[in-house]
Design a protein around this ligand. Sequence first.
Ligand code: FMN
Ligand code: SF4
Length: 484
Amino acid sequence: MSMWRPPERIRHEPVSGPWPSAERAARSRLFSPAQLGPLRLEQRTWVPAMVPWRATDDGFVSPNVLAWYERFARGRPGAIVIEATGIRDVPSGPLLRIGDDRFIPGIRQLADVVREASGGHTRLLIQLIDFLAMRRRPERGKYFERLLRITPEHREKMGLHDAQESVVRERLAALDEDALRTVLTPRELESLEHGYRERVTDVELEHIANLPRTLPKLFSDAAVRAEAAGLDGVELHYAHAYTMASFLSATNTRMDGYGGSREARVRLPLEVLSAVRAAVSRNFAVGCRFLAEECIEGGSSVDDAVWYATQFAKAGMDFVSVSRGGKFDDAKQPKVGEAAYPYTGKSGYECMPSYYSDKLGPFGRNLPPSKLIRAAMQAAGHSTPLVTAGGIHNFDQAETVLASDQADVVGFARQALADPDWFTKVMSGRGAEVRLCMYTNYCEALDQRHREVTCELWDREGLEQPGVARSTDGKRRLVAPDWS
Ligand SMILES: Cc1cc2nc3c(=O)[nH]c(=O)nc-3n(C[C@H](O)[C@H](O)[C@H](O)COP(=O)(O)O)c2cc1C
Ligand code: SF4
């Protein structure tokens, strides 16, 4: 499954720009403190959530998870957000989980490791995620033999009212693609061609109808565990292709007071926030990540985001972090036996733009909307700090983001992966030693295949050295080499 690229295919290269001296860095906005509710950052730098595919199959923190965050912590950014972590106590493969108290000790160990490696300079948050069920794209034969539920509509359309079910199945399987389109519903076609995927609008399913009753407690229990584990805060995941973003989406047509109008779409996200707030202490930061734009047809626009942000600010979010795109709606068709992936379409490109781009390029695509969102919160009387991200890799760029009121805190996801020491290097006047991210999305392709995420700029370096932890296939080192 390849990723979508703008047809223009204009090649953009990251630029190092002038790196500051240590004195200039010390006077900069970027390396000045920020207050996010109860949370004081020593500098306005932030490593956004990145799933590295290193948890155990049961969702626990593994030695490789510890090593991954330890490496980021040594670079001493203002804050690190631990990868999207599941709030339910259900199996979800090697994705981190926090849906039960048994996950607390591992996360506490992670908090200790980050505190120690950063010398206490880096604050640590965790991204709390809920996602709905989805299945892999089935084999065609299997779909018609077993998976598809035969309905009176199928019989009606094929004139097979009294036929045995096995006959209906055989006849369906024999139809060509055009004929199938007239017999199957769009959702049935989707299940065949992309794999079954639940939506928040599937209210005929009891557990989906009940999400507004179940999610606030799931999120608040998870936040309580995060606080018990010694973290500094939580980032509620209201972005990309997942449950909470689907409530905010303009495509949410639920009729139960939790969909349709903006007011109704923001209701559950606000109810989750108040449940979380009520459950954690005042010293614990609660913020969210949401979309400045969904970047899909019929999706929420920056107008929606501006309005949501002011609601979030008014309701007491300690920070808002803005991302963009990353939806299932325009994802590419997966291969048989694979699951759809929300970063393969145009909206996925907007989320993690790579170096082949359009005129706008991959650097800072989310900055104009970030600025609008921040300005709207301020105009409504809220000084809620805004975190932005997307293609930021040099000092000037980051400093300009702050100086031009586009954000209060600057996120570096892939750049921090390419060089976790970016922050220490730049702050100490040694920016010339930074390994710049090339925005190739090699890391992202690994993520897509559920393989351990690494960066191509360092994962073959010093493989033979003793004690270097390697990927399952033995070909890549798992964390960036030391900087000496
Ligand atoms: C390997 C990888 C995993 C990611 N996982 C998450 C995630 O768990 N949650 C999230 O909100 N964003 C995730 N993202 C998106 C990043 O946080 C960030 O928004 C995006 O990469 C754009 O910023 P950048 O240009 O600085 O990389 C991930 C990105 C990458 C490359
Ligand atoms: S693999 Fe490395 S250089 Fe390529 S986009 Fe990812 S972090 Fe950047």
